[in-house]
Design a protein around this ligand. Structure first.
Ligand code: B12
Ligand code: SF4
Length: 487
C-alpha cells in the first residue's frame, strides 16, 4: 500500500472565508517530489477541510507537514497539530515555511513540533520522508532540526541549489480542487503562480535572504506548460505572479513573455519588481512585457524618504520611484506602489515625505495605485535588533508569534503618527480616487467639492489647514467609511 503524506495548508487570518482562496503553492512544489516516489500525498486546506477530515486523513500517515508564516498561520496549524498529537501521538509532525526557517530553534521547542525543515523544502522533505519511511535516523540530514532523546539537533543548512524546481513536467494540480483557487471577478479568472524564488538585494527589513540563500527558477518552458494547463482546463485568463522579485533574471522574464506572445494567449498578468529594476528594463523588454498582457506591476517603493531608503539598504533613491511612475505612464502599465511607514529610529519624519511622493506618482499617472503599511519586524532579519533596541518584545514561544502582524502595536509608533497617517491616507484617496471612489464622487455634488478641496490641499501642500470646513466635514461623515475601505 502507498504510504500517505499529509500537507496542511493553514488559514492566513481568522476572517478568511472560503472565497478567492490563494493556491497552496508550497504544498504543490513539495508534493511533486514525493509523487515520483509513489507516495500518496494529500493536501488538506484548513479553509476547505474540517479539522475532523484532516485528522481522519492523517490516520496511519508517515508524517503530517505544516506550513507556517509569521502570524495567524501558526495558530491555525497548532490547532490541527494538537489534535493529531492527541489522536496519533506517534505520527511525526514536520513544520516548514518562512517562520519555521527564521526561528527553527524556537519552533522545535513546541511539543507539537517533531521536526523542522529549514529553507526550501523540495529536496530536504523528500529525503526526510525516505528516511522516515525506512525508519532511519535523521543524523546528518542537512536542512533539518529535530528532537533526539531530549536534545535538539540542528543538522545545518542545505544548499538551496539542490531544490531543483524543474524535476517534474508540471505541478501536480490534480491534488487540489483548482476551481476553488480561481479568483473570479467579472470575466476575469485569476490564479496565483510562483515561477521563481530568492532575491538577494538584502533589504534589511526583508526575510527573503534568510529563507532563500540562492536564486531558484522553474524554467520558462515549464512555467508556460503549467500556464497552458490552467488556461486550457480551467479557463484561467489572469496570472498573479507571486515571485518575491520576478524580474531578477531578464532572460527568465523575456522567455516567459515571448512564450505568451508566440502562443497568442490573450491573458493578463501582474508581478513584483524593484523601482530601479523597472527603470533599467529598457524599451525592448518593456514593450514585450506590455504585449504579453502585463496589467500591473507591483513596485516595492518602500519610502519617499531617502533617509529611510538608506536605513533599510534598499539601494534605490526617491528619483527611481518617480522615474518608475513616468515609465508606467509611457508604456501604459499601471504600477501599484507599496510603501512602509513606522520604522524605528525615524520618529515619523518620513510621513510627509512619503505622502509627497505618493502625490507625485498619482499626478504623473492617475492609474497608479498605492498601499501604505506599517513596518513589521521579522526575526533573523538585519533590522530586527534595532526593533528590539527600540522596545519590541520578541515572542519567546512559537505560539506567541501567532499574534504578530501588520496590525501589531509597536512602541515606536505614537498615536499622533497613526492619526497623521490615517488623515493623509483618507485625503489622498479622496484627492486621487481609484475607480470605485471616482464613481462615488461623480454621484454627489458635495463630494465633487470635497474631492477638489482635497486635491488643492495636496497640490499646494496645504495639509495643515483646518479640516473641519463644512463641505469636507459633510464628506467625512457621509463618505469616510467608504473611502477608507478602498485599497
Ligand atoms: C501568496 C502569498 C500570500 C497569500 C496567501 C497564499 C497561500 N495561502 O499560500 C496572501 C495574499 C493571503 C498572503 C497574505 C499575507 N502575506 Co504573504 N505571501 C505570499 C507569497 C507572495 C507567495 C507564497 C508562495 O506560495 N510561495 C511559493 C512557495 C513554493 O514557496 P514557500 O512558501 O517559500 O515554500 C517553500 C519553503 O518555504 C518550504 N515550505 C513551505 N511550507 C512548508 C511545509 C513543510 C512541511 C515543509 C517541509 C517545507 C515547507 O518549502 C517550500 C518549497 O520549497 C509570499 C512570498 C513568496 N514569494 O514566497 C508572501 C509571504 C509569505 N507573505 C508574507 C506576509 C508578511 C503576508 C501578510 C502578513 C501581508 C500583509 N501585509 O498583510 C499577509 C498575512 C498572511 C499571514 N497571516 O501570515 C511574508 C511572510 C513573512 C514571514 N515572516 O512569515 C512573505 C514571505 C512575503 C515577504 N517577503 O515578506 N500572502
Ligand atoms: S528587493 Fe524585495 S524581495 Fe528583494 S530583498 Fe528587497 S524587499 Fe526583499
Amino acid at each position: 500500500m502507498k504510504k500517505r503524506v499529509v500537507l496542511v495548508e493553514p488559514r492566513n487570518n481568522e476572517f478568511e472565508g472560503t472565497d478567492n482562496l490563494s493556491l497552496p503553492a508550497s504544498a504543490l512544489y513539495l508534493a511533486e517530489f514525493l509523487l515520483n516516489d509513489g507516495y500518496d500525498v494529500k493536501i488538506m486546506d484548513v479553509r476547505l477541510h474540517s479539522k475532523e477530515e484532516i485528522i481522519d486523513v492523517s490516520k496511519d500517515a508517515l508524517c503530517v507537514g505544516f506550513k507556517i508564516w509569521t502570524g495567524y498561520p501558526i495558530k491555525s496549524c497548532l490547532e490541527i497539530a494538537r489534535s493529531i498529537k492527541e489522536n496519533y501521538p506517534n505520527i511525526p509532525l514536520v513544520w516548514g515555511g518562512w517562520h519555521a526557517s527564521m526561528e527553527p530553534m524556537q519552533t522545535i521547542q513546541d511539543e507539537n513540533v517533531d521536526i523542522v525543515v529549514v529553507g526550501p523544502g523540495e529536496f530536504v522533505f523528500h529525503e526526510l520522508i525516505k528516511r522516515l519511511d525506512k525508519r532511519e535516523s535523521l543524523k546528518g540530514l542537512k536542512g533539518v532540526v529535530y528532537k533526539d532523546n531530549g536534545s535538539t539537533i540542528h543538522n545545518g543548512i542545505r544548499p538551496d541549489k539542490e531544490a531543483d524546481l524543474n524535476k517534474s513536467e508540471m505541478l501536480p494540480y490534480h491534488l487540489v480542487d483548482v476551481e476553488r483557487y480561481i479568483e473570479k471577478n467579472g470575466s476575469e479568472r485569476a490564479i496565483y503562480y510562483t515561477s521563481s524564488r530568492g532575491c538577494h538585494f538584502g533589504c534589511t527589513f526583508c526575510a527573503d535572504e534568510v529563507v532563500y540563500k540562492s536564486r531558484l527558477e522553474r524554467s520558462p518552458e515549464k512555467v508556460l506548460k503549467d500556464m497552458e494547463f490552467l488556461i486550457n482546463n480551467f479557463n484561467v485568463n489572469t496570472f498573479v505572479l507571486k515571485d518575491t522579485n520576478f524580474f531578477i533574471n531578464r532572460k527568465h522574464v523575456k522567455n516567459i513573455c515571448q512564450g505568451i506572445v508566440d502562443r497568442g494567449w490573450k491573458i493578463r498578468w501582474s508581478a513584483y519588481i524593484r523601482a530601479d529594476q523597472f527603470v533599467r528594463l529598457g524599451d525592448e523588454l518593456l514593450t514585450l512585457i506590455r504585449e504579453s498582457g502585463c496589467k500591473e506591476i507591483n513596485v516595492g517603493a518602500e519610502s519617499g524618504s531617502n533617509e529611510v531608503l538608506k536605513l533599510i539598504s534598499k539601494g534605490i533613491g526617491v528619483g527611481d520611484i518617480i522615474q518608475c511612475a513616468k515609465l508606467s505612464k509611457r508604456y501604459g502599465i499601471a504600477c501599484s506602489f507599496s510603501f512602509m511607514l513606522g520604522l524605528p529610529t525615524i520618529d515619523g519624519r518620513d510621513i510627509p515625505q512619503t505622502f509627497a511622493v505618493i502625490r507625485k506618482i498619482k499626478e504623473i499617472n492617475p492609474r497608479n495605485t498605492f498601499n501604505v503599511w506599517f513596518y513589521t519586524p521579522y526575526p533573523a532579519t538585519p533590522l530586527f535588533p534595532t526593533a528590539i533596541q527600540y522596545g519590541f518584545k520578541a515572542p519567546k514561544k512559537l505560539e506567541d508569534w501567532a499574534d504578530h502582524n501588520t496590525r501589531t502595536e509597536f512602541t515606536w509608533i505614537t498615536p499622533e503618527m497613526k492619526k497623521q497617517i490615517n488623515k493623509l491616507t483618507f485625503y489622498i484617496k479622496l484627492a486621487y480616487p481609484d475607480e470605485n471612489v471616482e464613481r462615488a464622487i461623480k454621484k454627489s455634488f458635495i463630494r465633487r467639492i470635497a474631492h477638489k478641496a482635497a486635491l488643492f490641499r495636496f497640490r499646494y501642500d496645504f495639509m495643515k489647514a483646518p479640516t473641519n470646513l463644512l463641505w469636507e466635514f459633510y464628506y467625512v461623515v457621509k463618505g469616510h467609511r467608504m473611502i477608507l475601505a478602498q485599497d
